[in-house]
Every structure is written in structure tokens, then in C-alpha cells.
Design a protein. Structure first.
Length: 136
């Protein structure tokens, strides 16, 4: 089935903003809504085997809606035309790392060094507190 038909069948609408329970939002709100709904409809969280197929389909629709609304160019085209190109959506499946990076910040060496500097002093203080009385 096509994305449009699946969205209509599973969510009762083809409006991507309605699927994510939004009314034209900024990227930060789109990310937050997607994250919240993806936790709700994640297939691994569904214990009922009879509902797992439907939950998986809903999760896929959410991912596709997010893929469009989180990309500035695709979102601009969608906002202007209100149409969704099913062929283009299917080709996006190969770019999961890009989607992941839209949600989660890339950890750099500087981030790790900053983390170590921040907590190194705390560890030294804790060791001093715990073992100071032993030394004296």
C-alpha cells in the first residue's frame, strides 16, 4: 500500500501535522512530538501479537511523516503543496543515520573531554571524602 493510503487507514488523515498531533510547528516541537509518539507506537513496546502489525505500520508512518517534516526542503514542498511523493519517501529508508542525527546530537571528542573534566574533580573529592579518615 502507499503511504497516503496507510496514513488514512491508520490515523484517519493524510495531514502530517495531524499525525504528529501538531499544528505547524518549529523543528524542536516536531522532534519532541515524534519522539513521544515513536515511544508510544514502537513495535518493541507492543506485547499483544495481534496489535503488533498495526503498531509497526503506525511506527513506519510516524517515521515517514517525521522524515518529511524534519527536512527543510521537503517540509517547504509539503507545506506549499500538501502532497507527499511516495517514491521519494521509500528512497529515504537508506538514510537512517541522517534521521538519527536529526534527533540525537553527535558526540565529539570535545564533548567527551568536557565530560571527563567535569567529573574528574568530583571523583577526586569523593575519594578524599571516603578515604580521608583512613589516612589520618
Amino acid at each position: 500500500m502507499s503511504f497516503v493510503n496507510d496514513a488514512k487507514r491508520l490515523f484517519g488523515t493524510t495531514d502530517l501535522y495531524e499525525i504528529l498531533h501538531l499544528k505547524g510547528s518549529k523543528l524542536k516541537r516536531i522532534k519532541k512530538a515524534f519522539f513521544k509518539l515513536s515511544l508510544q507506537f514502537h513495535p518493541d513496546r507492543c506485547d499483544d501479537d495481534t496489535k503488533k502489525v498495526q503498531t509497526t505500520a503506525k511506527f513506519q508512518i510516524l517515521n515517514r511523516a517525521y522524515a518529511i517534516l524534519s527536512d527543510k526542503q521537503k517540509r517547504a514542498v509539503y507545506d506549499e503543496s500538501g502532497t507527499i511523493d511516495d517514491a521519494e519517501i521509500c528512497s529515504d529508508d537508506a538514510y537512517w543515520l541522517d534521521k538519527w542525527r536529526l534527533i540525537f546530537k553527535k558526540v565529539t571528542k570535545e564533548d567527551i573531554d568536557s565530560f571527563i573534566r567535569k567529573f574528574r574533580g568530583m571523583i577526586i573529592a569523593l575519594c578524599y571524602y571516603l578515604f580521608h579518615s583512613v589516612v589520618e
